[in-house]
Design a protein around this ligand. Structure first.
Ligand SMILES: [Zn+2]
Length: 303
């Protein structure tokens, strides 16, 4: 059975991204796994710290337990998404105990997000996490640049962000960051934005984002490692398909699945119907939107 590090390197080589689905509610996990198996696509289930603080995923242990009920190693593994050094509300987070616990719980990979810190401190924090993850032989994702959207404060209009390249990952910094931290995968900012998570904004439609593919190419070339696209919901389809050919080996998807789940739950008051909505939306994402149906064997060959 290949390790997740091997699977991601393969995906990177083949130009096929691994979709990583956030589960802000535990009931979303089963239909996502079923859709991945039915469409024969390798995916990740992931949970971020803000999902057990601001949503209903409850905690890394609860997500791992739910994952254990539906586990299917050929099609799905478990990733710890965004554990921030400084969170979306500007608070410092005591992150090392969270990583140690996730490793004990059997997470296949983890993400340290110290992107709100200055470069040197981001490098320092990421190195610390790489050290403990290396000892457990699991990969570490880090973030460099600013993937906006989680912050509660007033947002800069998207067109202004995109044209100015404000917060875009800098290639020279990325090269240094990867060399000095030894991180396995890098989350980059090239026009992608997160869905809003602040109360009162989280059910609003996301703006359609585009990607600066030249910048992405350059980042791919200077880092040489699998790159990660956060804020995968609401990105123009042609940009997403191109991104896979330009170094993006993992695409995080949260809003695209969460909003239909919440809406269905509210309208029908039926968890079964809300789960069916998650299943349908995941199938659409894998088959129609990302067009990667039947690729599980390519990226995660058995044996
Ligand atoms: Zn993210």
């Amino acid at each position: 059975m290949p390790t997740l590090a091997e699977i991601m390197r393969r995906a990177h080589r083949c130009g096929i991204a691994v979709p990583a689905f956030n589960v802000p509610n535990l009931a979303m996990l089963e239909p996502i796994v079923c859709a991945a198996i039915d469409e024969d696509v390798f995916v990740l289930i992931e949970t971020a710290r803000l999902e057990w603080i601001k949503f209903e995923s409850r905690g890394p242990a609860e997500v791992a337990a739910e994952f254990g009920r539906w586990r299917s190693c050929d099609h799905v593994r478990l990733h710890l998404d965004h554990v921030p050094a400084v969170d979306e509300d500007g608070q410092r987070v005591d992150y090392l105990p969270i990583f140690r616990r996730a490793i004990e719980l059997g997470y296949d990979s983890v993400m340290i997000d110290a992107s709100r810190l200055p470069l040197d401190e981001n490098i320092e924090a990421t190195r610390e996490v790489v050290k403990i993850a290396d000892a457990a032989n699991i990969p570490v994702e880090a973030e460099l640049g600013a993937v906006w959207g989680h912050e509660a404060g007033p947002a800069t209009p998207y067109e202004e962000l995109f044209s100015s390249g404000l917060g875009f990952t800098d290639p020279a910094q990325a090269r240094r960051f990867v060399e000095e931290t030894g991180c396995d995968w890098l989350s980059v900012a090239v026009g992608n934005i997160h869905g809003a998570v602040a109360a009162g904004l989280r059910d609003k439609k996301k703006v359609e984002a585009r990607l600066n593919l030249e910048r992405l190419d350059e980042l791919c070339r200077v880092t040489g490692i699998p790159l990660v696209l956060h804020g995968g919901s609401g990105i123009r389809q042609d940009c997403l398909l191109e991104a896979m050919k330009h170094g993006i080996a993992k695409i995080n998807i949260a809003t695209e699945i969460r909003q239909p789940f919440e809406k269905a739950l509210e309208e029908t008051e039926s968890l079964v119907k809300a789960q069916q909505t998650v299943y349908d939306r995941t199938v659409w994402m894998l088959r129609d939107h990302l067009q990667i149906r039947g690729t599980a064997r390519l990226v995660a060959p058995a044996g």
